[in-house]
Design a binder for this molecule. Structure first.
Ligand SMILES: [Zn+2]
Ligand SMILES: [Zn+2]
Ligand SMILES: [Zn+2]
Ligand SMILES: [Zn+2]
Length: 323
């Protein structure tokens, strides 16, 4: 189990921006990575300081680049991608949007005005990119090759040239991120993979998705066998006016227990509890159900799980409320 459980807070070892840096990162949210890099390079040459400089950037962005120019591109891009708006920036995450991220409901609830922004965040919660996901060596028909550039039989000095220790050292904590573009940047900046198509190919191979078998809704008791199905369903709720207040984590658990692989085992469990439990669905109060939810979403897929163990875990979580 343990190898599949990770918490977003551990995914980045980098520093967090202070309030001024956060605000600057928010200001850059509408710009592409390429634009940001180009303007940073310009700012670092002292471009914005020249009294006669003829650039067409709004003052707000000029100020942001002047604040951020002292940091590494990769770190800045990370801050920009993660930036939570401090004001009511159009189109960004806020407390007033119509589409709510269902993974962040507990910790930092926020919604989006536009469904595409919301969909992107929901998707990011499903995927993680890990540097050297399967190690620095890759086994192929022609023997072992470098996982970064693909050369045959790389030795330690070759790996040193890729600066692998930047990612191997810190107690096994490898660089990871939620967006492919961040991994592409990382391969460029940290590991010296200068060929863009190679970077993109490698980043794609380092994508990791939690192997889930089921997804559920918190507005109604439903189970889905694919992520897009769930997304479409949730979108319908939001467009019919459902909000954060209508979300119920109990329904998520109930829905997940209805997945075909668990349904019978859960029915048998409930049957042992007597009639009342059969007619009234159990309620899991709003304690931290994330780990239970994750296990139920993965279902009895892993060797160490089986339907009985999973329904027992759900029932134990239910009982623990009364302790
Ligand atoms: Zn979220
Ligand atoms: Zn790395
Ligand atoms: Zn290499
Ligand atoms: Zn629903």
């Amino acid at each position: 189990m343990a190898e599949f459980v990770f918490h977003d807070a551990n995914l980045w070892n980098f520093g967090l921006p202070d309030p001024e840096e956060s605000e600057a990162a928010v200001a850059l949210k509408g710009s592409s990575d390429q634009e940001i890099k180009a303007w940073l390079a310009f700012a670092r040459t002292g471009g914005f300081q020249l009294p006669s400089s003829n650039h067409s950037l709004p003052q707000k962005l000029v100020d942001a680049f002047l604040v951020l120019k002292y940091y590494d591109d990769l770190l800045i891009l990370h801050w920009v991608h993660e930036a939570q708006p401090t004001g009511n920036t159009e189109g960004d995450a806020s407390s007033t949007g119509r589409y709510w991220c269902t993974s962040c409901l507990r910790d930092k609830p926020h919604g989006y005005k536009h469904k595409d922004d919301w969909r992107r965040e929901e998707k990011e919660h499903e995927e993680t990119y890990f540097c050297m996901h399967r190690g620095k060596l890759e086994s192929t028909d022609h023997g072992f090759v470098c996982a970064f550039c693909g050369i045959n039989g790389p030795d330690e000095s070759h790996f040193a040239s890729h600066n692998v220790y930047a990612c191997e050292s810190q107690g096994g904590k490898r660089f990871s991120c939620k967006r492919r573009c961040d991994m592409v940047t990382h391969l460029d900046k940290v590991h010296g993979v200068y060929d863009r198509s190679q970077r993109e190919k490698v980043a794609t191979m380092w994508k990791y998705c939690i192997p889930k078998q089921a997804w559920a809704c918190g507005f109604c008791v439903r189970t889905f066998s694919t992520f897009p199905e769930r997304l479409k369903h949730l979108q319908g709720h939001f467009e019919n006016g459902m909000t954060l207040d209508n979300w119920d984590n109990s329904k998520v658990i109930q829905g997940l227990l209805e997945q075909p692989a668990l349904k019978e085992a859960w029915k048998a469990k409930v049957a042992n509890l007597g009639l009342e439990a059969e007619t009234r669905p159990l309620v899991w109060m709003d304690t931290d159900l994330k780990d239970l939810q994750r296990r139920l979403e993965m279902g009895p897929l892993a060797a160490w799980e089986n339907p009985e163990a999973l329904v027992d875990a759900a029932f134990t979580a239910y009982l623990s409320q009364f302790e």
